[in-house]
Design a protein around this ligand. Structure first.
Ligand SMILES: Cc1cc2nc3c(=O)[nH]c(=O)nc-3n(C[C@H](O)[C@H](O)[C@H](O)COP(=O)(O)OP(=O)(O)OC[C@H]3O[C@@H](n4cnc5c(N)ncnc54)[C@H](O)[C@@H]3O)c2cc1C
Length: 360
């Protein structure tokens, strides 16, 4: 694919927000170019939960059947232990309206591949992998596109657009460039992600039952032949944990889950334990002339105790459901303000999402 110099809507970042927005706009006949800095969607240590509201939106898009064909587990409830260690059900998804009486557990990359393949059916959609946005182009007081570098040839280029949508996630460099007003909320803990092997005779039932010991928590996600684990501890503990070393970390895991004693040896160094700096923030204003921020670039929320699950049935802004709701969360007025002369789809095109705007 050649290197474009001009497009109608430039989307910087091919995560859930960027790919879904690209799909929606290209289906509406709008020319869209997505720049994604990585070569693929394989980002590990992301959550897998796809909530009922998201599955309904996939149905609205005609993608429900393809989605259901992806390898997936089904989570029927959420349990936490009481003070004696007995499980207490705190969320029972079987009470949700049919047919989505569960939370789907699907790795994010499978879903992104599905959505990107679908978007690529549209003649007005183009996705440029290994293309990293470097800076915003600003002309006459408005954003006019980005300067980016293609990693395939290392050359820097300019891509101009009527509207630039920043979907670069929580560490967006383009967003920082504009210095938009932001609110940070305090979060008391961080998360460390790692993997442990899953044995063929392990329980098959998908469960997320946090194991709690004092201020430490362990969450387990089932993947095909391994477990993805999240260890939660007070914010700022990372230097201490690394100083203690991997033996001590293994002991912490085993104290939380004795069942893993036979496999914690798979962790041979703390380099296999990845810190997630848990954040909760919100842009007070998500737009500048010619530009919008959506998704985590506008409001990062790491799921807090799987809070996104509960949010799936509430009208709260859709920060927790990491898929369609991000682009759906874009209010029409924000689109119009971001570029009054570009995204002028008839409102009917946005109908599946009406009433879901964040309205902030
Ligand atoms: C550890 C973890 C677990 C989570 N678990 C869940 C869960 O179970 N359920 C749930 O609903 N949500 C979960 N979330 C939240 C969810 O993953 C995010 O909210 C969601 O991925 C945000 O989507 P996004 O498209 O806004 O940003 P991202 O997914 O961060 O995507 C941003 C994309 O932009 C690209 N990019 C960044 N900078 C540039 C650049 N300069 N140029 C080009 N491309 C760029 C990145 O490579 C990336 O592909 C979790 C998040 C984390 C971190």
């Amino acid at each position: 694919m050649g290197h474009p110099e001009r497009t109608t809507v430039l989307i910087s970042g091919g995560g859930p927000a960027g790919i879904v927005l690209g799909l929606l706009l290209s289906r509406a006949g709008i020319e869209v170019t997505v720049l994604e800095k990585h070569a693929d969607f394989l980002r590990d240590f992301r959550g897998d939960t796809v909530h009922a509201s998201t599955m309904r939106l996939l149905d609205d898009l005609g993608l429900g059947e393809k989605f259901r064909r992806l390898p997936q587990g089904r989570l029927g409830n959420l349990q936490i232990p009481d003070r004696h260690g007995s499980p207490v059900t705190v969320a029972d998804f079987s009470r949700l309206p049919e047919p989505y009486t569960y939370v789907g557990m699907v790795p994010q990359w499978d879903l992104l591949n599905l959505l990107a393949q679908e978007a690529q059916q549209e003649p007005t959609f183009s996705l440029h992998m290994e293309s990293e946005s470097l800076s915003l182009l600003q002309e006459h007081g408005r954003v006019a596109g980005v300067r980016y570098r293609s990693r395939t040839d290392g050359v820097e280029r300019e891509l101009r657009a009527d509207l630039t949508v920043v979907c670069e996630g929580r560490n967006s460099s383009l967003r920082q460039q504009l210095n938009l007003p932001e609110v940070q909320y305090p979060v008391p803990f961080d998360t460390w992600w790692f993997r442990l092997p899953r044995h063929p005779d392990d329980r098959q039932e998908v469960r997320i039952a946090p194991l709690i010991r004092g201020s430490e928590v362990l969450l387990t996600l089932h993947r095909t032949d391994y477990y993805q684990l999240a260890y939660l501890a007070p914010k700022g503990s990372d230097p201490h944990l690394r100083e203690e070393g991997v033996d001590s970390f293994r002991a912490r895991v085993t104290a939380l889950s004795p069942d893993f004693a036979d496999r914690v040896g798979a962790l041979s160094t703390m380099d296999q334990v990845h810190l997630l700096d848990v954040r909760l923030n919100l842009l007070r204003r998500r737009w500048a002339e010619g530009m919008l921020c959506i998704g985590d670039a506008a409001h990062a929320m790491t799921p807090v105790a799987w809070g996104s699950t509960w949010r799936s049935r509430t009208p709260w802004p859709p920060r927790g459901s990491w898929l369609l709701l991000y682009s759906a969360g874009l209010s029409r007025s924000e689109i119009w303000r971001g570029s009054s002369d570009v995204v002028c789809c008839p409102p009917a095109r946005f109908r599946p999402f009406s009433g879901r705007s964040t309205g902030r």
